[in-house]
Design a protein around this ligand. Structure first.
Ligand code: DGJ
Length: 595
């Protein structure tokens, strides 16, 4: 049977439409109407039948996972600086470093102006070169389509778009001034970006449908309007005066119980109406403007995502510029970006976007990851930090929220990744193989089969600790796993500033735990004897999914507290697992219980 990926996409189909029409006319002379219908049906099926080896998302037990070449895949990623990928020569120096740092996936920008410098004249040399570079280094790619919007602005639109403000209208602010931002309320803008993006996706189908180097696409980058809470261009003003579209009203009513609480509050405060203008439904505030912008960006990008998927249907995500502490109102941050407040609006308006992903450049990663991990939104983090704090983020997102992957920003600049702690400015250059990220990805890579399996079974959790949050308890299987920052045994007030762990229940009394600078104790979580003792503990490693034991852990390795009376009073044995700073390391532990 013909490979559906080699069959024509929508663009090809448009180009060959006249030939097809002529053929059908001839057929009509010979065939009955019924025969034509069945032929059309067969053709449609062959074009839409999914290729199981093409990257896609799949609900597997408790998790939604990314499937690549037929197997679940964990993105150990990294994003390059915005324009790094505009130079193949430069990227040739970067790929081998990223491979050495144990990345399996690289997120690279592809600017609209780089591939369509003149209208309708596409040049995908850069795309092909990036694919070649990635493949040579055994890496997968996620392309970031920098089309109409990059961080809210339209700097990556080609000159022929930027310069023709008549044809491609700009957003306008309250002041009446236009900004260098394409208005999402223009059909010409929508058609131009969609055509370019669909041509790009058609090209990917042609050059990548056998090798599947590309595993996902990020559509645009941190969209939303900066400078005002809503666009005031003519098209925008007309749309704002119209009623909220029935599709959004239906969604709100059908999903009322699970709506983001602040969105629901706005709707309820305005009287929970089922029809009306944006201000009638959501109140007369900048929040109504933000919801209006979210809906319209979502519709724009849904149209693009669909057109792209008609060509090549790999998963698509958006990324969010999270509200920063200094931002007071929408417009300080991109108004309409898929923030938690408006994720429901995006889900209603852009079903073709599979994931709304957060860019977590804020210190409280565990909070933000939780906001974006929802039943209808698997967690993927396309931008965050890549230092030691970033590693904690990666472990947490993947372990606690069944994340499909992690990707620090700016990985082409390894100096940025050598910092000891997230947000610090430690200047010492560190060899690539000793970077926190390199070591952490090595650990996550060896544990990948176990992690992916545990995500589907819901037998995985994680801890993300710092001095503000020094301990976390994870109820998993028959025990509560208590993870704390590692303490100095003689002076327990002396604790490490940062620690993290992934915890996987491997059997009724057995766990694999990988982490750094933490200590771990266990409390029974089922009826029976109330104290958990260590029956057996060992370090080791996974080779092709198989556990290879190393050293036994006992004596000083597991002794947390000699004060037996105090430990017994807390139903503790005084022993537990310890994970030092030279890591992360992985340990297997078997527990037993006593009175
Ligand atoms: C977030 C953007 O999405 C990235 O493209 C980049 O501009 C970073 N900010 C810079 O920190």
């Amino acid at each position: 049977m013909e490979n559906p990926l080699n069959s024509p996409g929508k663009l090809d189909r448009i180009q060959t439409r006249s030939q097809t029409t002529r053929k059908i006319m001839r057929l009509k002379t010979f065939c009955s109407l019924a025969a034509i219908f069945s032929l059309a049906l067969a053709t449609a099926n062959s074009q839409t039948a999914p290729d199981p080896n093409m990257a896609h998302l799949e609900k597997r037990g408790a998790a939604t996972q990314l499937i690549v070449d037929g197997k679940p895949y964990l993105v150990l990623g990294g994003e390059t600086d915005n324009t790094a990928s505009s130079s193949l020569e430069y990227m040739d120096t970067v790929w081998p470093k990223l491979a050495k740092m144990n990345l399996n996936t690289v997120l690279v920008g592809i600017g609209w102006d780089w591939v369509e410098p003149a209208e309708g004249k596409y040049d995908f040399t850069l795309v092909d070169g990036l694919l070649t570079g990635a493949r040579k280094n055994n890496l997968h790619l996620v392309f970031l389509w920098f089309g109409s919007w990059k961080n809210g602005l339209s700097s990556f639109a080609p000159e022929w778009v930027k310069a023709d403000q008549q044809r491609f209208p700009r957003a306008r602010l309250k002041s009446g001034k236009a900004v260098e931002v394409l208005s999402p309320f223009s059909d010409a803008n929508l058609q131009a970006d969609t055509r370019a993006y669909a041509a790009f996706m058609q090209h990917l189908r042609k050059v990548d449908s056998k090798q599947h180097t590309v595993v996902m696409i990020q559509l645009e980058n941190e969209v939303g309007l900066l400078g005002d809470s809503r666009d005031r261009s003519a098209g925008a003003e007309a749309a704002f005066a119209r009623p909220v579209p029935p599709e959004l009203m239906d969604y709100l009513q059908k999903n009322k119980e699970t709506l983001w609480p602040d969105l629901r509050k706005l709707w309820e405060a305005a009287g929970t109406k089922t029809a009306g203008t944006w201000q009638e439904i959501f109140g007369n505030s900048t929040a109504a403007d933000e919801i209006f912008m979210a809906w319209n960006y979502a519709r724009f990008m849904d149209h693009m995502a669909k057109a792209g998927k008609d060509e090549y249907a790999v998963p698509v995500f958006s990324n969010t510029w999270l509200v920063q502490p200094e931002d007071k109102s929408p417009g300080d941050y991109p108004s309409g970006c898929p923030e938690p407040l408006v994720i429901d609006v995006w889900k209603a308006g852009a079903p073709a976007i599979d994931i709304n992903a957060p860019d977590v450049h804020l210190p409280n990663f565990s909070f933000w990851a939780g906001q974006f991990h929802r039943p209808n939104n698997p967690l993927f983090v396309p931008e965050s930090s890549g230092d030691a704090g970033g590693v904690a983020n990666a472990f947490y997102g993947i372990g606690q929220y069944a994340g499909i992957g992690y990707s620090p920003f700016g990985v082409n600049n390894s100096a940025r990744l050598s910092e000891g702690r997230s947000g610090s400015n430690a200047p010492t250059p560190v060899a690539l193989e000793n970077l926190p990220l390199t070591r952490a990805y090595a650990m996550l890579a060896q544990m990948t089969p176990l992690i992916l399996d545990a995500q589907t079974k819901g037998t995985i959790g994680a801890a993300w600790l710092n001095t503000n949050q020094p301990a976390q308890s994870i109820a998993l299987g028959n025990y509560v796993v208590n993870v704390e920052l590692r303490k100095n045994r003689r002076n327990p007030a002396q604790v490490q500033p940062l620690g993290y762990a992934i915890v996987i229940a491997a059997g009724p009394d057995e766990y694999f735990i990988a982490g750094l600078d933490v200590q771990v104790t266990f409390s029974p979580n089922t009826p029976g004897p109330e104290i958990a003792g260590l029956a057996d503990a060992e370090t080791g490693r996974f080779v092709q999914g198989r556990w290879i034991p190393g050293r036994k852990m006992n004596g000083d390795d597991v002794l947390l507290d000699y004060h037996q009376a105090a430990a017994a009073a807390n139903n503790q044995s005084g022993s537990g697992l310890m994970f030092g700073a030279d890591g992360p390391t992985v340990q297997r532990v078997k527990l037993y219980r006593y009175h």
